[in-house]
Ligand binder design. Structure first.
Ligand code: TA6
Length: 292
């Protein structure tokens, strides 16, 4: 734990009875929120939301029991913040997948409770990033990129959200009807989703481009729907690793794949963002649970 961590433990960031920074897994600093609407946990490492649980609901986010909690390593599950590239680096094979933002500690710069009870935290990762986490009955995540440089800034970005589901093979996803996707698994591009909801019968790894649609995960096993609204995002990724890919990930349990589904709020490939000097871009995901 660094001096900075020790400092934020005892500063104005504490909201007595509501929000408390404390040592978490791997001795990484974890901010625990016990709000009037929901409980949540956010790590400084990657500004990583690891728990979101509205009162009376099951946890909304999936976390792997095998996740690592270490500097320089991604946390597996929750909401990894992806920046400034999505997937493998376009030219440098030695660079970490999904960029660097999720591998490093962010600064907690503000905490507050709104009059409606929503608890807000703001994290910063200089020189470009600010991230607001608002915890109410719904979870609102806003990633702001500020081009503080003197030249254009081009980047990809994502809120790579892992959702907890009862059994992936019973779940469907609506909202992406007629959208077009590139599939890593089938190696196709520009494939139309058609009018049917997405069903899951094998590894699924699809980048839907040019879509601002709200997605809904229908989970009959837990009799709930998870609604994922978005702003400032033109791409959506749908991912479940299935059996072989699950086995191949050291920080993901072999038997965990039926319990999760990623619906990711993205700007990638043809939807990458370019900011002029001084410009700002906001990417937002708003997540809520409804009865099925
Ligand atoms: O968003 C889907 C994806 O790009 C998959 O291809 C898979 O690689 C997943 O992200 C997880 O990537 P990670 O680097 O976190 O193991």
């Amino acid at each position: 734990m660094t001096r900075y961590d020790a400092d934020i433990m005892n500063t104005q960031f504490n909201l007595p009875g509501i929000l408390k920074p404390e040592p978490g897994a791997g001795n990484l600093t974890r901010i625990t929120v016990t709000g009037p609407h929901a409980n949540a946990t956010i790590y400084r490492h990657g500004a990583h939301v690891a728990l979101f649980q509205p009162h009376g609901e099951r946890p909304v986010l999936f976390m792997s029991q095998q996740s690592q909690y270490a500097n320089g390593k991604p946390i597996r599950g929750g909401v990894p913040v992806i920046f400034p590239w999505f997937g493998p680096h376009p030219t440098d094979a030695t660079a970490p997948a999904h960029g660097t933002a999720r591998l490093t500690d962010w600064n907690l710069i503000a905490t507050a409770q709104r009059t409606d009870g929503v608890v807000e935290l703001v994290f910063a990762l200089p020189p470009f990033l600010q991230y607001r986490v608002a915890i109410g009955r719904q979870l609102e995540l806003t990633l702001e990129v500020h081009n503080t440089s003197q030249s254009p800034l081009q980047f990809e970005e994502a809120l790579h959200t892992y959702f907890a589901v009862s059994e992936i093979r019973q779940c469907t996803v609506t909202g992406l009807e007629n959208a077009r996707y590139d599939s890593k698994v089938e190696g196709v591009t520009g494939q139309s989703q058609g009018t049917a909801p997405i069903q899951f019968t094998a590894e699924t790894d699809r980048l839907y481009l040019n879509t601002r649609a709200t997605c809904v995960i229908h989970d009959p096993g837990w009799q709930r729907r998870i609604v994922v609204e978005k702003d400032g995002s033109d791409s959506t990724v749908v991912w479940n690793p299935w059996i072989a890919k699950a086995k191949a990930m050291p920080d993901f349990g072999d038997a965990e794949w039926p319990a999760m589904l990623c619906i990711e709020t993205v700007n990638a490939r043809g939807n990458a963002v370019t900011l002029a000097p001084g410009q700002t871009h906001a990417l937002r995901a708003t997540i809520r649970v409804e009865p099925a």
